[in-house]
Design a protein around this ligand. Structure first.
Ligand SMILES: *[C@@H]1O[C@H](CO)[C@@H](O)[C@H](O)[C@H]1NC(C)=O
Ligand SMILES: *[C@@H]1O[C@H](CO)[C@@H](O)[C@H](O)[C@H]1NC(C)=O
Ligand SMILES: *[C@@H]1O[C@H](CO)[C@@H](O)[C@H](O)[C@H]1NC(C)=O
Length: 199
């Protein structure tokens, strides 16, 4: 039932089904990896990807968690080349307006570098949910608070963004995991002095 609920919620957003109780162990969750192009509603998120003890390998989860942490290190360190350790070369990332859909990796790198040029940043990851869907696919949700610090005339001015990354992952031949699809969803308005982005 969880499996069907997940498909239902992901493909057609029918939240009624997601309120049902699990009655069967999921036997084949491979098809859940069809998600990734569309964000999952905040309402459906708590139930869309149930914990699956048979599939959740602590080392896979930890590898994904480390890779998510490495994303913050890459962005805040302005080492955009290092994003190749996090995204597949053909990754699709919807960063919402104004960046919108960025693909492939080279565009993700250049667009993030350009948009963050006027500021320095701290990307703080918080609430995190990582679910292994199949031996080669996974889904994660990571809350973030991203603080952007103005430079020069804007020193001391900040903009804070509150949101979440919804990521679809694929396992690489070397057992690393990389993001194939990302949806960045804002969970509140940007707070602060937006002039800092004018440089
Ligand atoms: C799981 O579902 C996928 C997609 O429908 C199918 O290709 C695969 O053979 C199934 N695997 C098992 C173990 O049933
Ligand atoms: C990108 O994400 C935003 C926010 O969820 C959504 O409004 C928009 O339709 C998405 N764009 C595409 C092309 O999927
Ligand atoms: C933004 O920061 C600049 C520089 O400190 C300041 O002059 C301006 O009034 C600020 N704008 C807002 C909306 O706070």
């Amino acid at each position: 039932m969880y499996f069907l609920s997940a498909i239902c919620a992901v493909l057609v957003g029918c939240s009624a089904a997601t309120t049902q109780s699990p009655t069967h162990e999921a036997t084949n969750r491979t098809a859940v990896s069809l998600i990734g192009n569309d964000p999952i509603s905040f309402f459906d998120l708590p139930v869309v990807t149930p914990v699956s003890p048979l599939l959740v390998s602590p080392s896979d989860v930890e590898t994904i968690r480390r890779t998510l942490s490495r994303y913050s290190l890459a962005i805040d360190g302005k080492n955009f080349a290092a994003l190749s350790l996090i995204f597949t070369s053909n990754a699709v990332a919807n960063y919402s307006a104004p960046l919108n859909v960025l693909t492939p990796l080279t565009t993700i790198q250049s667009a993030l570098e350009a948009s963050l040029m006027p500021v320095t940043t701290q990307h703080l990851l918080g609430t995190q949910f990582i679910d292994i869907l199949s031996p080669t696919s996974a889904f994660s949700v990571s809350y973030f608070t991203a603080t952007h610090f103005g430079k020069d005339v804007y020193l001391g001015e900040i903009v804070t963004a509150y949101g979440q990354y919804q990521d679809m992952w694929i396992r690489q031949k070397n057992l690393n995991w990389k993001i194939t699809h990302r949806n960045l969803l804002y969970m509140g308005p940007l707070i602060g002095n937006l002039s800092i982005f004018l440089g």
